[in-house]
Design a protein around this ligand. Structure first.
Ligand code: UD1
Ligand code: CA
Length: 452
């Protein structure tokens, strides 16, 4: 059966107090909207439609960037959730199958939950609503369930009476139904309510009028979490991180202090890798198995291979690709560079736009001078090369295989294989100079005090 997911993302998000459209605020380094889009694609939806409105262009750009096949429909005036869904009517006029309504501000709905809803529909329900129980104070719509277990009505908080407000079973907003039926049912929806909006929740009333069976499927309160403010955003981050840490540990990653490690939504780590305290992963990082990431390392856009050792206090930026058993030690920054198998950058270095060969040793304080103020240039360091401490490698430049540089050199010319590159002023020793020099300085000081 073909399936389509419509993600409502047109709302203002006033309570975020932000210039950024609500659905573009990030949890785990990814816009909220992308979390919902991932749910749709992991579920296996054949098509995803994003309904934009507030900040439409910006929202559409992010959605298309994630998945170029995304269809965007615009809701120029936000007249309610049913009105938002109705904007997809034309796009779906030739579509026959199952529809899910998700939300750009409700990021944690699991693909398995959509499967559960789909199953209820296959078992005979015409409209399936996702609900959750909560004991907190809130303003969610309430799900009214009949004695036979079917869903009777959804009452919005603003329109609910005191008795209805005591109900703990709430509407997540997520709905599953048949595409043709969806547009038939929302055609009947009116806006005679406290907000004068076309409520999607009234789809249950329309279905009941046609004697169609509606049911609610339950998920956890966290899964249904909707984000309306920056307080909600921080709570969502907390929930995500707790979930991801658990997932990582269950897959065999060792986290010594889980609460201090932060992951991006797309972080992938192999089993038996050990992550020490206070490590942060930005987007697009993969770590193979049996690596060791020591404390206070900051890693984004990097690939770390088997057995590599990173940190403490290392910074890996986008394009850092570390081969097996390589090492990047304390206070080293690596950007857009390949580090060969067994190669070591152990102390206080900047390596950018560089290709380092296997088993090369990069001495303390080595800097690749990759930027001339206008363009970036490449540094190449051969296999088994030995870079002396405090070398500046002024790119573009190549250090050959098995070659070395003398400490403190500023290398501006290529060094052939197995040669030594030395570029510093020669040393001269002046015998007895230090003793005579300080004698003279002290004499001057005494004379100044005497006023001579
Ligand atoms: C909605 C539900 C409520 C449910 C709650 C769960 C309705 C009428 N109410 O209320 O029962 O408990 O979600 O979080 O559906 N949107 C548009 N266009 C519009 C209006 C809204 O795209 O014209 C989008 C918003 O961007 C948002 C979502 O729909 O992503 C929900 O809208 P919102 O106004 O936040 O509805 P709630 O009051 O939270
Ligand atoms: Ca909401």
């Amino acid at each position: 059966m073909q399936s389509v997911v419509i993600i409502l993302s047109a709302g203002m998000g006033t309570r975020m107090q932000s210039d950024l459209p609500k659905v573009l605020h990030k949890v785990a380094c990814e816009p909220l909207l992308i979390h919902s889009m991932r749910t749709a694609s992991q579920f296996g939806a054949n098509k995803t439609i994003v309904v934009t409105g507030h900040g439409a262009e910006q929202v559409a750009r992010v959605a298309i960037n994630f998945d170029p096949k995304t269809e965007i429909v615009n809701q120029s005036e936000q007249l309610g959730t049913a009105h938002a869904v109705n904007q997809a009517r034309e796009t779906l006029s030739n579509f026959n199958g199952e529809v899910f309504i998700l939300y750009g501000d409700t990021p944690f709905v699991e693909p398995s939950t959509l499967h559960k809803m789909s199953k209820e529909r296959k078992d005979g329900a015409k409209v399936v609503v996702l609900g959750f129980n909560t004991n907190r104070e809130h303003s969610y719509g309430r799900l009214i369930v009949s004695n036979d277990g079917s869903l009777k009505e959804i009452v919005e908080h603003k329109d609910a009476n005191n008795l209805q407000r005591k109900i703990n079973f709430c509407n997540s907003g997520v709905i599953c139904t048949d595409s043709t039926l969806l547009f038939e049912l929302i055609s009947d929806i009116e806006n005679d309510n406290a907000n004068n909006e076309f409520y999607l929740t009234d789809i249950i009333k329309s279905a009941k009028n046609k004697n169609l069976k509606c049911v609610a499927v339950e998920c956890t309160e966290n899964e249904a979490m909707g984000i309306n403010s920056k307080v909600d955003l921080a709570n969502a981050e907390k929930y995500f991180q707790t979930k991801k840490r658990t997932e990582m540990m269950l897959k065999g990653v060792t986290l010594i202090a889980p609460d201090t490690v932060w992951f991006a939504n797309d972080t992938v780590i192999g089993r038996d890798t050990v992550i020490e305290q206070n490590v942060i992963f930005g987007p697009e990082t993969t770590v193979e198995s049996h690596a060791l990431i020591k404390s206070f390392s900051h890693i984004e856009g990097a690939h770390i291979s088997k057995g590599a050792i990173i940190g403490p206090f290392a910074r890996l930026r986008p394009g850092a690709v570390l081969a097996n058993n390589s090492k990047v030690g304390n206070f080293c920054e690596v950007k857009k560079s390949q580090v060969g198998e067994g190669a070591k950058i152990n102390h206080l270095s900047y390596v950018g736009d560089t290709k380092i060969g296997d088993n090369a040793n990069i001495g303390a304080g080595t800097i690749t001078c990759n930027y001339d103020g206008v363009s970036k240039h490449i540094t190449e360091i051969g296999d088994k090369a030995f870079i002396g401490s405090n070398t500046s490698l002024v790119a573009p430049v190549r250090v050959g295989n098995g070659a070395m540089t003398a400490s403190g050199s500023v290398i501006t010319k290529n060094i052939p294989d197995e040669a030594l590159g030395i570029a510093r002023s020669p040393q001269e020793n002046k015998l007895n100079f230090a003793v005579k020099f300080f004698k003279r300085l002290k004499a001057i000081k005494i004379n100044v005090k005497k006023g001579k």
